[in-house]
Design a protein around this ligand. Structure first.
Ligand SMILES: Cc1cc2nc3c(=O)[nH]c(=O)nc-3n(C[C@H](O)[C@H](O)[C@H](O)COP(=O)(O)OP(=O)(O)OC[C@H]3O[C@@H](n4cnc5c(N)ncnc54)[C@H](O)[C@@H]3O)c2cc1C
Length: 596
């Protein structure tokens, strides 16, 4: 049998596999991506792309291409609850940072904006970028068996068109093969949680709803018809293309029987929830999926790693599916690259599990809780399972009646809608993933106490393990973000105005360790100029201090002030982070802050 060898085998070319393929290709790593189907996603699935994922795309040099195909943030904000598009509106919430109360939080937190990008539109852009960077991606190739030993992994691959089989032998495998991961199954990964907690139908359709949406542009329109038969409303309309293409998502309880998926029944559901028989509807595709609440107990085993849905499966609430998947790859790719180039010890790869598994846990729990948090809306509407349409309308009449009871019930509805901020304006969960592992050197200080709800609000900090805070700077008279100074596969040292010693130390250490390490001074009138003084407010170090930022924008180490031996301190820190065996004992345990 034909055997192909490579350094990294990526199984799957969904959002996580494509991100991994692009990131490794940029680093010049020998990798092959095999993927079962003949092309990228053939239907819209996930659609919310959050700021952190946009930062990954920006790092990969593809933010502009993604933004070009996205529905912009200012057209995605209105979350509308109504009995139908044409019927009475029940409630509205401005989401994804688009409302005036949250806009500034989002603008201050990142140079990137959230967008609505259906998966079948996003994946081709990801694919093109990966190919442009030189990735080797093979479609129509299914991994049918996989095993690993101390030396590497061996996958048996079948070309689906010809049935021909061959083997790929790799040093590492990345299982980016989605919710039914063969890599996870065959390499003994265990899952914690429950699958099949609910069932959903996605109907992708064309219907021109401009008349009902242009004045309240949004991503999600939740239809709750009195007398509904579905447990979270009559159907949620997800905007695919403003305002003519949609996914109508309906959830159901399989115990009540399978829904009628005939074209006539689906058109009837669409028509009822539009509430205007004059609107033409053309169904493009129908798919069924189920709600899972599952996370892998380990994200890495030996030479195998799971990213994306292979590692965590959860409801679409909070829009975290593709986002978390792409961010997994951003965490793992630089580690694989450094290990394969001999710049880091293999133990660096253990930090992938330590850092991303808690994120996976948080994300699946948050998404599940957000689904449960929608129940108070149905309760506030007075809708109950099996209720007649007449009783449902009577309940709505009372809710919106000019009576004391109505006023009280409206307060309850308002509270239920505000709870949805935990799903639709959950900025802390979206942005504040913080790592604790051997690839981060804790400086012994406490994490700053949150000043606001840590799930709803982003709290910038440079505490080791945090994502580098965004501050707008000026470079060559152009506005840039602090995040533009870092990343792109390499470590970066950011020092203050009195940090020239750190910059020189970084150059020496980079040469000694043979790693790419950029260094620059950020401050007023520096080349990277803190013209607004915002960086000084955020950086939590003095002008004599320095931050060491990892290729994935997370702070690896910091010194709040100067050091009597900056090169030795930096050398020690990097050797530890990169799991290099030869840490000089003399400097181990030295606290550079003592010399500040
Ligand atoms: C119908 C539907 C609707 C969804 N809606 C949302 C939503 O609204 N919001 C949200 O956040 N998330 C949603 N999701 C989830 C979202 O699509 C996933 O979180 C995301 O696609 C995960 O990306 P991934 O790269 O990990 O896996 P996937 O996108 O599942 O990609 C897996 C890849 O692996 C390949 N593959 C699988 N097995 C093999 C094998 N044995 N050999 C080779 N290749 C293999 C497949 O071809 C595919 O390319 C939805 C999912 C579905 C199915």
């Amino acid at each position: 049998m034909n055997i192909v060898t490579t350094d990294v085998l990526i199984v799957g070319a969904g959002p996580s596999g494509l991100a991994m393929a692009a990131l490794l290709a940029r680093e010049g790593i020998d990798a092959i991506t095999v993927t079962k189907y003949g092309g990228t996603a053939h239907s819209p699935r996930a659609h919310i792309t959050n700021q952190r994922t946009m930062e990954v795309f920006r790092d990969l040099g593809m933010e502009a291409d993604i933004t070009r195909v996205a529905t912009a943030n200012d057209l995605m904000g209105n979350n509308v609850w109504a009995t139908s598009f044409a019927g009475p509106e029940i409630a509205r919430l401005l989401t994804w940072g688009s409302g005036p109360e949250r806009r500034t939080d989002y603008d201050l937190a990142s140079p990137c904006a959230m967008g609505n990008i259906p998966q079948h539109v996003m994946e081709p852009v990801q694919l093109q970028r990966a190919l442009d960077l030189g990735a080797d991606i093979r479609f129509g190739m299914e991994v049918v068996a996989i095993s690993q030993d101390d030396e590497g992994v061996t996958a048996q691959v079948r070309a689906r068109e010809t049935g021909q089989e061959f083997r790929i032998h790799a040093k590492y495998v990345v299982g980016a093969d989605g919710g039914r991961s063969l890599v996870a199954d065959q390499l003994g990964f265990e899952m914690d949680g429950q699958m099949g907690l609910g069932a959903a139908v996605n109907v992708w359709l064309e219907a021109d709803l401009t008349k009902y949406t242009a004045h309240r542009p949004g991503t999600l329109y939740w239809m709750s018809q009195p007398g509904n038969d579905f447990w979270v409303g009559s159907g949620t309309w997800i905007c695919v293309k403003p305002w003519t293409e949609w996914v109508l998502l309906s959830m159901y309880n399989p115990d009540d029987g399978e829904p009628d998926l005939s074209e006539a029944a689906l058109i009837h559901r669409a028509q009822t929830t539009i509430g205007d028989p004059a609107v033409d509807i053309r169904i493009k595709a129908v798919s069924q999926w189920s709600i899972n609440h599952v996370v892998a107990t380990r994200f890495g085993r030996g030479r195998a790693f799971l990213v994306g849905d292979a590692a965590h499966r959860h409801p679409p609430a909070n829009g975290l599916g593709t986002n978390t998947s792409i961010q997994d790859s951003f965490n793992l790719a630089w580690k694989l690259a450094h290990v394969l180039r001999g710049q880091a010890g293999p133990a660096l790869l253990d930090s992938y599990h330590d850092e991303r598994q808690p994120v996976g846990r948080q994300v699946v729990d948050r998404a599940m809780r957000s689904v449960q948090d929608m129940l108070p809306i149905s309760q506030a509407l007075g809708f109950t399972h099996g209720q007649s349409a007449e009783d449902g309308w009577a309940s709505l009449d009372e809710l919106f009646g000019a009576t004391a009871v109505g006023e009280q019930r409206r307060q309850r509805l308002h509270a239920a809608v505000q709870l949805q901020n935990y799903q639709f304006n959950c900025h802390g969960v979206e942005l504040d993933q913080r790592y604790a592992s051997t690839a981060v050197i804790d400086d012994g200080t406490a994490w700053p106490a949150p000043t606001r709800d840590p799930e709803l609000y982003h709290h910038p900090t440079t505490h080791p393990g945090a994502r580098l805070p965004h501050a707008q700077l000026e470079l060559d008279r152009q506005p840039v973000s602090t995040l533009d100074l870092v990343g792109k596969g390499r470590f970066t040292l950011l020092a203050g105005l009195r940090g020239q010693d750190w910059v020189e130390a970084a150059r020496k250490v980079a040469a000694d360790l043979g790693i790419p390490l950029d260094a620059r001074i950020v401050g007023p009138q520096a080349e990277a100029a803190d013209v607004l003084g915002r960086w000084a407010q955020l950086r939590e170090i003095t002008d004599a201090g320095a931050l060491l930022v990892r290729p994935d924008h997370h702070i690896a180490w910091r010194s709040t002030g100067s050091s009597d031996a900056p090169a030795a301190d930096l050398d020690t820190a990097l050797r530890r982070i990169l799991a290099r065996a030869d840490i000089p004992a003399t400097r181990a345990g030295h606290d550079p802050r003592s010399a500040a």
